[in-house]
Design a binder for this molecule. Structure first.
Ligand SMILES: [Cu+2]
Ligand SMILES: [Zn+2]
Length: 177
C-alpha cells in the first residue's frame, strides 16, 4: 500500500472522532439531593432529585436498610430531628388531598410507592413523583419551610389517612440544592 492510498482512511477517521469525543452535556434541569440518616445518625442512603416534565424524578441509593417493604414519602418540613423525625411534619400536601395512592380523594403530593428492600439491605431505584416540582410554585419542594424525604418501618397501605399506617420513621433527609 503506498502513502497516497492511506490518505482517504485518515480523513474518514478524522471525521468520526470529533463526535465520538464530544462530552455529553449534562441536562440543565435543577437538581436537588437528600442524605437519609437513621435515628443514630447513620447514613442509610442518598437521594438525587431532578425536575422532569412530569414531576420530580427521585433516584435512591440505599444501604443497611432492614429488608422488606418500606413506605417512602416527601414530608412537608425540611427538618429531620432524630430520633423520631417528627419535625419533618406530615406528608407534603399543598393541594389538601387525602393520603394514599389508592385512596378516594388522594393522594398527597408527597405520596410515593413502597420500596422493597432485599435481604442485603441495598436498593437502587428511581421513582417519579408526578405531583411535585423543584421549581417555584405551589407544589415546590423548596417552599418556605422546605421538605424532607422520609423512609418508614413498614409498608404504606396506600389508603389510611393521614400516613398510610406505615409505622415509625426510620430515616429522614432534608431536600437541599
Ligand atoms: Cu412518611
Ligand atoms: Zn400521604
Amino acid at each position: 500500500m503506498n502513502r497516497l492510498a492511506l490518505i482517504p482512511v485518515l480523513v474518514s477517521l478524522a471525521s468520526v472522532y470529533p463526535t465520538a469525543q464530544a462530552p455529553a452535556t449534562a441536562p440543565a434541569t435543577p437538581a436537588a439531593k437528600a442524605t437519609l440518616k437513621d435515628a443514630q445518625g447513620k447514613t442509610l442512603g442518598e437521594a438525587t432529585l431532578r425536575d422532569a416534565a412530569a414531576g420530580v424524578l427521585v433516584k435512591l441509593d440505599l444501604l443497611n436498610v432492614p429488608p422488606g417493604p418500606h413506605a417512602l414519602h416527601i414530608h412537608t418540613v425540611g427538618k429531620c430531628d432524630a430520633p423520631d423525625f417528627m419535625t419533618a411534619g406530615g406528608h407534603f400536601n399543598p393541594t389538601t388531598m387525602k393520603h394514599g395512592l389508592l385512596a378516594a380523594g388522594g393522594p398527597h403530593a408527597g405520596d410515593m410507592p413502597n420500596l422493597f428492600v432485599p435481604a442485603d439491605g441495598k436498593l437502587s431505584i428511581e421513582v417519579l413523583d408526578s405531583n411535585v416540582t423543584l421549581a417555584a410554585g405551589a407544589k415546590s419542594l423548596f417552599d418556605a419551610d422546605g421538605s424532607a424525604l422520609v423512609l418508614h418501618a413498614t409498608a404504606d397501605d396506600y389508603a389510611t389517612d393521614p400516613a398510610g399506617n406505615a409505622g415509625g420513621r426510620i430515616a429522614c433527609g432534608v431536600v437541599t440544592r
